[in-house]
Design a protein around this ligand. Structure first.
Ligand SMILES: [Zn+2]
Length: 268
């Protein structure tokens, strides 16, 4: 697998009759204390030299679009107007990649944090993807999603999502709990694992998967899931993609002996 197309904030791969486009929603500056040592305390700044820029973490935010014979599905929706001034660029990136938001006929969510759902609706109460006929939300996340006032415009489209559900032909949901109880990954054509928020700190969490993120609901489970999916990706030769990986947000994982490494996909 290789990139077949790339541009400002987006990159596309082809898997049989499905194409997957990583779409940047922008980036968010996060405080250094978002990185947590095993046990939950903040990580010493000396351990974060590979990650900090002017003392802050720059968190990349990506969503993924899947186009195929059955239609067009979005996995996560970026932050929209609900979070930072530097996020909410998903539609701009989508249009740059030659995709109209009106083409999206369904949306599946990895979980329901603001940087993944904010882009579903606008503050004025309108839907961003006006032709989307359903929004698939992991079962354990339904309560949180429904409690979010910003999501009122799309509540009538919500359907529960469970492990093993074939979201569209060639797209299967896989439990990846820890960051949230219902956090879900998606396996595309048996070859590309879109793993949502398995990794927030790409310069730290591959070499040291035991490092966690301030907003992990269950840091110990998040670490176990991270290791398990890294191992699965290596064992099965999967390409991986993640919401907070560096551009193009698609690549491979390798085992270095002491930990793991991420290799972003190039054009060749
Ligand atoms: Zn996230």
């Amino acid at each position: 697998m290789r990139l077949i197309r790339r541009g400002q904030g987006y990159a596309e791969v082809q898997l049989g009759d499905l194409s997957v486009i990583a779409l940047s929603d922008g980036e968010a500056e996060m405080t250094a204390d978002c990185a947590r040592a095993p046990g939950g305390g903040p990580l010493a700044e000396a351990e974060m030299t590979t990650t900090l820029v002017d003392g802050k973490i720059q968190l990349q935010v990506f969503a993924f679009l899947i186009r195929g014979p059955e239609g067009t599905m979005l996995i996560d929706a970026g932050a929209g107007d609900a979070w930072r001034a530097t996020t909410g660029r998903l539609i701009e990136t989508m249009v740059a990649a030659g995709v109209s938001p009106d083409e999206v006929d369904q949306i599946a969510l990895t979980h329901t944090h603001v940087d993944h759902i904010g882009g579903l609706a606008r503050a004025d109460g309108s839907r961003v993807f006006r032709n989307a006929r359903r929004v698939l939300v992991p079962t354990e996340e339904l309560g949180m999603f429904r409690a979010e006032p910003h999501m009122a415009p799309v509540l009538s489209l919500v359907l529960p999502l469970e492990q093993g559900d074939g979201v569209m032909k060639g797209v299967v949901a896989i439990n990846a709990p820890g960051h949230e109880a219902g956090h879900m990954a998606f396996l595309i054509d048996g070859r590309l694992l879109i793993w949502g928020d398995l990794v927030h700190l790409p310069h730290l969490q591959f070499s040291r998967p035991e490092i966690t993120w301030k907003f992990d609901a269950d840091p110990v489970l998040a670490t176990a899931t991270r290791r398990a999916l890294f191992d699965r990706a290596i064992a099965e030769g999967l390409t991986v993609a993640g919401a907070h990986l560096p551009y193009p947000a698609i690549g491979r994982v390798s085992d270095t002996g002491q930990g793991y490494a991420f290799h972003p996909m190039g054009s060749d």
